[in-house]
Design a protein around this ligand. Sequence first.
Ligand code: KG4
Ligand code: ZN
Length: 331
Amino acid sequence: MLVLGIESSCDETGIALYDTELGLLSHAIYSQVAMHAEYGGVVPELASRDHIRRVLPLTQQILDESRKTLKDLDAIAYTKGPGLAGALLVGASIGCALAFTLKIPTLGVHHLEGHLLSPLISDTPPVFPFVALLVSGGHTQLMQVSGVGQYELLGETMDDAAGEAFDKTAKLLGLGYPGGPALSEIAHKGQPKRFKLPRPMLHSGDLNFSFSGLKTAVLTLVNKQTLDDQTKADIALAFQEAMVEVLITKSMGAMEKTGLTQLVVAGGVGANSQLREQLTRNTQKKGVTVFYPKLEFCTDNGAMIAYAGAMRLKHSPAGESCFTVKPRWDM
Ligand code: KG4
Ligand code: ZN
């Protein structure tokens, strides 16, 4: 079965072709980051308009790369939510219109399910059950994943998501958008131990997170300092260290609670190199194996939507008849 995946929930247009026998055939991502950068964040109307410009040319591109045509498709998966309503509607309407013409099923995929399953697009994937740390711009959750569609929430953020905290802190430091990669970049030059920031809810005894206090602590610190380049790098490092320690401690708590030995890290913050290095070091000591999606599948992409759609298709071959998007949608 050949599935076309369309991701358009925010500021990346991702298109991919997944074959249930052969695996991922081709994928392409167009990032709108440069367009939104001058506004300091995503402008929803501009995002929708740009998705409209990209979806069909990218679809043609990956079909050509895989030497396939629209007629070879067996199903179309699109991101149904959560995300920006107008942006979601672009992927949903183009996907459903194509499927209607081709008389093939559509599958509306939950964006977070795409992220959760993305580490499975690998030659050495984890096997069910595993724990997933999902750290994106909109979500921070620990989940027990027992199979496709079998997700149990173990803990989540009470306020800001990890990526959001990275982005807001980067803004306070006058760094560009998106903030996570920019902050991570300058943190490499930071001097350890110059500043120490709080680790919210580190010892709360549960698997929940809170990052708004950390952001406020950065604001207080920024207001007291002269923000030269070295100070910015030192604050960035202190922030990243606090964030990484909390994410690792809670993840290890989830491993202990579930007794599982595989940890999957998904979502944009999973691209953070300090998180990856320290997590790998910590988990090795405890007999836990950690899996990361390929870097290109950490942030939003079409491959994870095509893959999740293909997995869903096995269970519901008829797909879905209705066309909807869900800008807010709990998994
Ligand atoms: O998963 P994603 O692409 O989109 C959402 O579904 O939200 O995640 C985007 C988030 C942004 O907040 C971005 O700043 C953060 O992931 N991010 C990073 C890094 N790369 C992306 N945060 C920290 N370090 C990075 N290297
Ligand atoms: Zn995402």
